[in-house]
Design a protein around this ligand. Structure first.
Ligand SMILES: [Ca+2]
Length: 336
């Protein structure tokens, strides 16, 4: 019983009632002044005491880190983020500076970065827009406007084109239904048949129908629609996407469907792929771990273990090094 209540104690609900599975939770007996003083000493230490910075900042929530930054500024009259930027470098710097942003600020900044300059980092843009929940996207849009003085949908429209743009813009409109307590079997059947009749059944694809169903229906409804879809189509939804559409549109629909079916498994697969690739794609690893540690990293860890038979923590140990590795492992917490 003790273990169950301890586990439940780690769960928290966000404002829309979604269950969260964070690995980073508020530290008890929190003392921002003491933490700020330790960080100041760590930054001033010759060669920088990275371990202390990692120990403190990866074991505090964003709101606690923000309190530490305020305490630091009161004490030193300096900005803690600039001080950390000066003291740290490389991949560790990216993790720590990422942690100094709220989840929505971090996501908005990553989206902005993916569209900066010539060309677009479609992979990042797709991951962020197709994996975030409706309520997360609502927050991202508002933070994006605060930070960059521009509307997210305008930037996305300026950087993408065709049906790919239409899908991303439909997601940015955040018109997805909230889950309902009533299961509407008639509507499930209707949507499953409509997806089939707009794709596999006909020559060409009626992409607009796919986009409206997949961007407007609730996640639990779509999970049942994709199951029902198999009674109409010889291919499952992901296979149908591969057959029907190409390029960035195909990649976006695939991420969307994977996230609707099991979002944490999608992130687990993405982490595994990024770490196994030569020269570990640290940017992807950092992005997922930093952005999900207060959302669902605990569940990503358990999906990782069941999918690959090895813990995420062991895989991090095998594919990363040094202080960067220490920071990632501390954010993941102990392997279950
Ligand atoms: Ca077709």
């Amino acid at each position: 019983m003790a273990m169950v209540s301890e586990f439940l104690g780690q769960l928290s609900l966000n404002e829309t009632g979604e269950i969260k599975y964070p690995t980073v939770v508020p530290v008890v007996n929190f003392d921002p002044d003491k933490d700020a003083a330790r960080i100041e000493t760590a930054i001033k230490t010759k060669g920088v005491d990275e371990q202390t910075i990692i120990d403190i900042l990866t074991k505090r929530t964003y709101s606690q880190r923000r309190d530490i930054a305020f305490a630091y500024e009161r004490k030193t009259k300096k900005d803690m983020i600039s001080a950390l930027k000066g003291a740290l470098s490389g991949s560790l710097e990216s993790v720590i500076l990422g942690l100094m942003k709220s989840t929505a600020q971090f996501d908005a900044t990553e989206i902005k970065g993916s569209m900066k300059g010539l060309g677009t980092d479609e992979e990042t843009l797709i991951e962020l827009l197709c994996s975030r929940s409706n309520s997360e996207l609502v927050q991202i849009k508002s933070v994006y406007k605060d930070l960059f003085k521009k509307e997210l949908h305008k930037d996305v429209a300026g950087d993408t084109s065709g049906n790919f743009a239409k899908l991303l813009l439909a997601l940015v409109q955040t018109k997805r239904d909230e889950p309902s307590s009533v299961v509407d079997y008639g509507k499930i059947d209707e949507d499953a048949r409509a997806l089939y009749e707009a794709g596999v059944k006909i020559k060409g694809t009626d992409v607009a129908t796919w986009i409206s169903i997949m961007s407007e229906r609730s996640v639990p409804h779509l999970q049942k629609v994709f199951q029902k879809y198999r009674s109409y189509s010889p291919y499952d939804m992901q296979e149908s996407i591969v057959k029907e559409v190409k390029g960035d549109l195909q990649k976006s629909f695939l991420v969307l469907v994977q996230c609707i079916e099991n979002k944490q498994l999608y992130f687990a697969k993405k982490l595994n792929e990024a770490m196994k690739s030569s020269g570990a794609k640290e940017k992807i690893v950092t992005r997922i771990i930093v952005s999900r540690c207060e959302v669902d990293l605990q569940k990503i860890c358990s999906e990782f273990k069941s999918a690959f038979g090895k813990s995420l923590q062991e895989t991090i140990e095998g594919h990363t090094k040094g202080d960067y590795q220490k920071a990632l492992l501390s954010l993941c917490g102990p392997a279950a």
